[in-house]
Design a protein around this ligand. Structure first.
Ligand SMILES: [Mg+2]
Length: 302
């Protein structure tokens, strides 16, 4: 199981570090100028070092640390972790999260921060920033479906006050639990799908298998990102193909590839990831420590 938990965290980080190089490019530009094979070279609009990760992984680590500090009741601690991260002035912060954490800085109150976020974004707050960081819940609450749903939804809601965003995170975490416990991907997908209430999410999760790669939309909208990440995971013959196809979509490439990489890494495991990717990650030791600590925390949840 440790191999899968490590694989999940490394999968997020690898997808993020590879995808950040191509964020905001189109699939056609990437394939025609750079081919389809990916190495961890950094660069991109953020000018990253090879193996450097961005907000997607950094916020995933905040969630992991919050859970490890307080597995019975992690959400407040996760909020504190988000704020300490935000105060380090990260290279990249998504727009919804910047508003939410900025509003919390002003008010010191998540409820008020939510109202401000909703208002400033005209109600369009179902961004993918809640989904990119939600994987660690699956590694601690895999035997407690109620807590998995509660904590993944409440954490999404800290920064993304839209039931659709919360449900997308819950869905993803249930799917990842299935993969963690050795279920076949389609059977895990069906189980997670059966929990959905939100009409648009349900409709899109029923229709994506018939899409062609050119139809995918790697935008910052949580449903688009989830759809694209699922497509790449389910159509990938192996972990390399799954992650490369997500990176090569371009657009919000680091986030879509992090979301896909989390699933692919949980399913195929850390040992299936190429050395050339995982050894380059600048935070690999921390990822290893947190993977072990998450599994330990899973023993403290009743
Ligand atoms: Mg990013």
């Amino acid at each position: 199981m440790l191999d899968k938990v490590r694989g999940g965290l490394f999968g997020v980080a690898v997808g993020d570090a590879l995808g950040a190089t191509f964020e905001f490019m189109t699939r056609e530009e990437i394939l025609s100028r750079h081919g389809s094979k990916r190495e961890m070279v950094g660069g991109g609009w953020l000018g990253l070092k090879p193996g450097e990760v961005t907000d997607d992984t950094e916020m995933t680590l905040c969630v992991a640390r919050g859970i490890i500090a307080s597995p019975q009741d992690p959400v407040e601690e996760i909020g504190r972790q988000f704020m300490s991260w935000y105060q380090t002035d990260p290279k990249d912060v998504g727009s919804t999260i910047r508003t939410a954490l900025g509003a919390y800085t002003e008010t010191g109150d998540w409820e008020k921060a939510r109202a401000i976020t909703w208002e400033r974004h005209g109600g369009k707050v179902a961004g993918n920033g809640c989904l990119m960081r939600t994987l660690p819940f699956s590694f601690v609450y895999f035997q407690s479906p109620d807590l998995l749903g509660k904590f993944s939804r409440e954490t999404a809601f800290l920064t993304h006050p839209d039931p659709l965003a919360a449900e997308a995170c819950h869905f993803y975490n249930v799917l990842a639990v299935g993969l963690l416990l050795g279920e076949e991907p389609w059977s895990a997908f069906k189980k997670a799908r059966s929990l959905l209430q939100h009409e648009e999410l349900a409709r899109r999760l029923d229709s994506w298998p018939s899409l062609a790669v050119q139809d995918l939309r790697p935008t910052g909208y949580v449903v688009d990102s989830l759809e694209a990440a699922l497509w790449c995971f389910f159509n990938g013959e192996n972990i390399i193909e799954a992650i490369e196809s997500a990176v090569n979509l371009g657009g919000d490439a680091d986030t879509v590839a992090a979301i896909c990489g989390g699933l692919a890494g949980t399913y195929w495991g850390w040992s299936a990831l190429p050395d050339g990717w995982k050894s380059r990650l600048l935070i690999k030791e921390e990822l290893e420590q947190l993977a072990a600590a998450l599994l330990q925390a899973s023993g403290q949840v009743s």
